[in-house]
Design a binder for this molecule. Structure first.
Ligand SMILES: NC(=O)c1ccc[n+]([C@@H]2O[C@H](COP(=O)([O-])OP(=O)(O)OC[C@H]3O[C@@H](n4cnc5c(N)ncnc54)[C@H](O)[C@@H]3O)[C@@H](O)[C@H]2O)c1
Length: 474
């Protein structure tokens, strides 16, 4: 469904009127036009700053240069010597920051190496780097802070100050959201540097347009991902449940865009729509209710005999049956619990026994409703929080097989599900977010594709909110 107010407020008349009346003016987000590129930052200026004790300039410089970025450096900031020494060591040329008056030459993204923060005083180095440059962050610009994982940061003061960055990023994202710019935090555990290039590419690109104010943890990768940035899913088989329409259809198409052979599942009554969706990218359809008693067995068998196993599993199918608990009939409770939660566990149990290839990556679709809770959604909230718990609990088992399991928690997304909401709550759902608008199915699909790909090697057991920093539960 289209957001008519977003369209209006971005027209010439709408801009004038919303300015005069003090109405919200949600920015027009720039989304990716196609598949991942080999050098996605080509011809883009990215400014790199660091604390005076930063440890990650070398991997960051290497990743930025390989992505094609022109790396700019701030002339006088605490980490200048460290950035310069690392650049000399890894052979990356640095450009001095252009004059602020030199229009168009400024950086489109700002990356700050916040490792080495050992207490509150050193947080000042982040302030000194970013504060004078806030006004120069362009529309749809990107800010990425890269810190140590708090647990690996050192003593109590270092851990606490490093964790302070989470509050910083949540607040700062709210300040720059008006122009469609995003700010996120990557927490890197010891050894996680080896996996920094994928998340760096994702967060600095238009593929992450609707993700802001979030923290993602990166740990040492179980196995090297190699240089798999172009068609990263080529040769992979991907299963997507609920693929006929909405978010699932977009996930299926986006996985196919990056090279995957998609197997889509949806309910028998959606067979026509499923076939239409999958025909666009040569996908294979299975008309099947995921809660049917024989569904896990059939899925596992079909994937192993017909496709030689599965490499990516996306549990997307989900339903709502909202009622206040006092009015909720038991069948509404059971149905939501079974589709959104029980079926995932049963299908995975079957796949773990038969059909799941080594190195497989799973992504489960949760919801911010499972984080914040909504009146009338006790059943739905339980399933979506359960899914978050499930990916945390299963991470070690998936890592042992060389793979991973993560969740995506969408905020308000423009689909058939949200089109049914009454106008008032729908408008609130859209506007009460740093980016001032609902997301599109493609925003969820991009996050799922990132987590399903080798770009997210080192990300395991995590939940990534894709919500434009919706204020619900933030
Ligand atoms: N739309 C949002 O704003 C939003 C927000 C947060 C989370 N989510 C989650 O995203 C996922 C997709 O949501 P959507 O908005 O695209 O919903 P949707 O209703 O448009 O699509 C869901 C798909 O799942 C299929 N499905 C439902 N039950 C099934 C079953 N038993 N077996 C097989 N297929 C089944 C449906 O037929 C449908 O094609 C869900 O898990 C939902 O909870 C959506």
């Amino acid at each position: 469904m289209t957001d008519r107010y977003l369209e209006f407020s971005n027209s010439a008349l709408g801009k004038t009127l919303s300015g005069l009346l003090g109405l919200p003016s949600p920015p027009r987000l720039v989304r990716a036009a196609g598949a991942y590129a080999a050098r996605p930052l080509e011809a883009r200026g990215v400014m790199l700053g660091s604390t005076s004790a930063g440890e990650m300039a070398s991997p960051l410089l290497t990743a930025l240069a390989e992505a094609g970025a022109t790396v700019q450096v701030a002339p006088s900031h605490a980490g200048l010597l460290r950035v310069k020494a690392s650049a000399a060591a890894v052979g990356v040329a640095l450009k001095t920051e252009p004059n602020p008056e030199d229009k168009g030459a400024g950086a489109s993204a700002y990356v700050f190496d916040a490792s080495g923060i050992d207490g509150p005083a050193r947080l000042r180095e982040l302030y000194d780097f970013l504060q004078p440059r806030v006004g120069r962050i362009p529309a749809n610009g990107r800010v990425l802070i890269v810190s140590r994982a708090p647990a690996d940061a050192g003593d109590a003061a270092a851990q606490a100050a490093t964790q302070g960055l989470r509050g910083f990023i949540r607040s700062f994202a709210k300040e720059i959201g008006k122009k469609g710019a995003t700010a996120n935090l990557l927490e890197v555990g010891r050894g996680g540097e080896a996996a920094i290039a994928g998340p760096l590419r994702f967060f600095l690109s238009p593929h992450s347009a609707y993700i802001t104010g979030q923290t993602l943890a990166l740990t040492a990768p179980a196995r090297a991902s190699g240089d798999l940035f172009l068609s990263p899913l080529a040769g992979k088989v991907a299963l997507v449940t609920g693929a006929a329409r909405g978010i699932g259809a977009s996930i299926a198409a986006t996985l196919a865009r990056e090279g995957a052979q998609v197997v889509g599942i949806d309910r028998p009554q959606e067979e026509g729509a499923l076939g239409e969706t999958l025909a666009r990218f040569d996908g294979y359809g299975l008309a099947l209710d995921i809660t049917a008693p024989d569904a896990p067995q059939r899925i596992a068998q079909e994937l192993s005999t017909r496709f030689g196993g599965v490499d990516i599993v996306v549990h997307n199918a989900g339903i709502t049956r909202d009622k206040m608990l006092k009015n909720m009939a038991p069948h509404l409770w059971d149905m939501v619990l079974d589709v959104n939660f029980g079926a995932i566990l049963r299908i995975n149990d079957a796949l773990l026994k038969q059909g799941l290839n080594d190195g497989a990556r799973m992504v489960c679709i949760s919801s911010i409703g499972g984080i914040a809770g909504n009146a009338g959604q006790t059943n739905y909230g339980a399933t979506k929080a359960g899914v978050i718990g499930y990916v945390e609990a299963m991470a070690a088992q998936m890592a042992k097989r060389g793979g991973a399991i993560n969740a995506v928690a969408p905020g308000f997304i423009e689909t058939a599900m949200t089109a049914q909401m009454p106008t008032g709550p729908r408008e609130v759902g859209r506007r009460l977010a740093s980016l001032g608008q609902g997301g599109l199915p493609i925003d969820i699909a991009e996050a799922v594709t990132f987590l399903a790909s080798p770009l997210a090697t080192g990300v395991n057991g995590r939940t990534l909110r894709v919500c434009g920093q919706n204020f619900v539960g933030a």
